[in-house]
Design a protein around this ligand. Structure first.
Ligand code: SF4
Length: 340
């Protein structure tokens, strides 16, 4: 659960019941600094002399605001649209793609006008009838650590559970999911967990839940009938990598319910980086030992036009063969979306 050091309320947020509730909650806590500001003044209240400090202050800051533009971004290939409930994340994963997306002060921002957001989701769904429209709740955030404050995921899961032509999905590295268990989801929400070996989590995924807790949370959700999935990412090739990923998946198998109501979804993504990301990462994590040596990698143009450094072809082939074999061996009831 996110425990912010400072909470910044944008001017109109308190006019919404959730905004008023959060103001009451946070302003009575003497440990938390409170500000009320116009939208364009948020960053002035987040301290830091340089990128290193600004990053850490941003990660300790919660902004409570309103989603004004209700034009949803597309979210291919994961879904048709992003559902803009939250942006940012309390985690400090060194390789996080958000490091280059959220500016120098990467605060967590929640939107209190959830009804407006869901109404707009309904408009988008109507436009695509009779096709089903899929919404992604974690495109620019991890929405789970703020769920105990907002109950936004609970509202969305209940809403999508009542919709014949709309579906919802999100992914997390956190475990605040107990309030989601008993909801009428009607199999319309798919919840995925990002997983990695303990070596990788301990080295690079700062302030996130352990793999043990993520697996426990997934198992609980599965026993309440949710479709669940796992994004194994980023996969690194390092001494003992095969043994450790094997152990992780063996452990996953042993902790999940024996009878699954839905196939497990797997997505496996090898580590890759852009030079822009590398430069940002080395500024905010000056002692990082993330493997980012261009000599060890192969350059590849991505689908969005920028180039990235991926593992060389032989290593990728070996990795694909390894995961294909092990997933087939351990999880007969599954769907592997991709191994890339
Ligand atoms: Fe980024 Fe996910 Fe880590 Fe948050 S938990 S910092 S969104 S990789």
């Amino acid at each position: 659960m996110f425990k912010p050091k400072r909470v910044i309320f944008e001017k109109e947020a308190k006019n919404y019941p959730l905004g008023a509730h959060l103001y009451q909650l946070f302003s009575t806590n003497p440990q938390i600094e409170i500000f009320e500001v116009a939208t364009n003044r948020v960053k002035t209240h987040i301290p830091g002399e340089n990128l290193y400090q600004q990053y850490r202050s941003g990660k300790e800051t919660l902004v409570v605001g309103i989603k004004k533009s209700l034009k949803f971004q597309s979210c291919k290939p994961s879904a048709h649209y992003q559902l803009p409930l939250v942006s940012g994340c309390m985690g400090q994963c060194e390789y996080c793609y958000l490091n280059t997306q959220l500016g120098d002060k990467p605060f967590v921002r929640i939107h209190v006008n959830i009804d407006d957001i869901l109404k707009q989701a309904q408009n988008y769904t109507r436009e695509r009838l009779p096709n089903i429209t899929l919404f992604e709740g974690a495109a620019t955030s991890d929405p789970v650590p703020v769920e105990p404050y907002t109950h936004a995921l609970a509202r969305c899961i209940t809403y999508f559970g009542s919709q014949e032509y709309a579906r919802f999905r999100f992914v997390s590295k956190y475990t605040d999911i107990d309030t989601l268990l008993d909801l009428p989801h009607h199999n319309h929400t798919e919840i995925r967990f990002s997983l990695n070996t303990d070596s990788i989590i301990n080295a690079y995924e700062h302030h996130t839940a352990s793999s043990k807790l993520r697996i426990e949370a997934a198992s609980k959700l599965s026993s309440y009938g949710y479709p669940i999935g796992f994004i194994i990412a980023p996969v690194f090739i390092y001494p003992n990598w095969q043994e450790e990923y094997h152990d992780l998946l063996l452990n996953l198998k042993s902790k999940l319910p024996k009878k699954l109501s839905h196939p497990l979804i797997f997505e496996v993504i090898s580590h890759r980086y852009t030079l822009r990301a590398k430069s940002r990462i080395t500024e905010i994590f000056p002692h990082t030992n993330l493997p980012m040596n261009e000599d060890d990698r192969q350059f590849k143009y991505g689908q969005f036009g920028y180039g990235k450094y991926v593992y060389p072809k032989d290593e990728l082939t070996q990795m694909k063969a390894f995961f294909t074999h092990i997933l087939d061996d351990l999880f007969p009831y599954k769907e592997v979306k991709y191994i890339i």
